[in-house]
Design a protein around this ligand. Structure first.
Ligand code: BEZ
Ligand code: FE
Length: 288
């Protein structure tokens, strides 16, 4: 195609792609190019500005390895990861949220009632609840993959002083769908902001903070896995989550338990936990 203009280049791109082997891929890429072309035209993007964008993507290579992915962080901080999650979410039940970078497959098994805290730094927290389906039936056989940051704000993968699976576990719920475990109260923390994605935050006058949260993947037999997270309602950063992961039904009261006798009978650390301690109740309803 000759005599391209700033307007006709978009149709030219679509025309070049008309023999694409996959219709869905063609449609996505033509749409992406069309939006990028409009972005450039509408904003009269200069060569220096476009090179700054390319430079950020080039620098992201240096911040990406098997432990950290700066491209996913860009997606998270731009709100795209959350948007993809929300538009694909099932409309009923406990909402989903972002996975984040710290989930590990095959985390150690934790018995129902087990203890992840083990006296480590931070405030102990009892997490208990029940998993049910839409009709209220207990979701027997459900496995909960749980993970969170430590009392010092770091995930175990970021902290060479702790084992790689600290505060990562898989727990099978009881036949009545109930579960309980003790852990540390998660704390709000900053996503890694020393790379080009952090530069973007600074350019926007934004913060890198995420409110404290408990990550969970609910693996219930006969249901798609539910990737979600739960937030304490007293966290300062709930309305400024850097990765846009907060959904109102996932924000919960964290209450103080003062009476040891009120703790579930099956808690492994029941007699050792300092009182008062925190408690959160997660009533999980599987999306249809
Ligand atoms: C997190 O949940 O820990 C997380 C999510 C997105 C980006 C970075 C961290
Ligand atoms: Fe997280």
């Amino acid at each position: 195609m000759r005599n391209l203009t700033p307007t006709s280049i978009t149709a030219a791109f679509a025309d070049y792609a008309k023999d694409a082997p996959s219709e869905r891929t063609r449609s996505l890429l033509v749409s992406l190019a069309g939006h990028l072309h409009s972005f450039v035209r509408d904003n009269k993007v200069t060569p220096d500005e476009w090179m700054a964008a390319i430079d950020a993507l080039t620098r992201a290579i240096r911040f990406t390895d098997d432990k950290r992915n700066e491209y996913i962080l860009f997606s998270d901080l731009l709100g795209v990861s959350s948007l993809v999650d929300m538009i694909n979410a099932r409309p009923s039940g406990t909402p989903s949220s972002v996975l984040g970078p710290f989930h590990i497959e095959n985390a150690p098994e934790l018995k129902n009632g087990g203890d992840l805290w083990q006296g480590q730094v931070g405030e102990p927290l009892l997490v208990k609840g029940q998993v049910r389906d839409q009709s209220g039936k207990p979701a027997k056989g459900t496995v909960l993959a749980v993970w969170q940051n430590q009392g010092n704000g770091l995930y175990s993968q970021q902290d060479p002083s702790t084992g790689p699976t600290n505060y990562h576990a898989r727990l099978t719920v009881a036949d009545d769908g109930s579960f309980a475990y003790t852990t540390v109260r998660p704390v709000s923390y900053k996503v890694p902001d020393d790379g080009p994605a952090g530069d973007m935050l600074r350019a926007l006058g934004r913060n890198a903070w995420r409110p404290a949260h408990l990550h969970m993947i609910v693996h219930a037999p006969g249901h798609q896995p539910l990737i979600t997270e739960f937030f304490p309602e007293d966290d300062t950063w709930l309305d400024r989550d850097a990765v846009f992961g907060v959904r109102a039904p996932l924000v919960l009261p964290f209450a103080k338990v003062t009476d040891r006798a009120a703790l579930p009978a099956n808690l492994a650390a029941r007699d050792k936990l300092p009182m008062p301690m925190w408690s959160a109740t997660l009533d999980i309803v599987l999306p249809a």
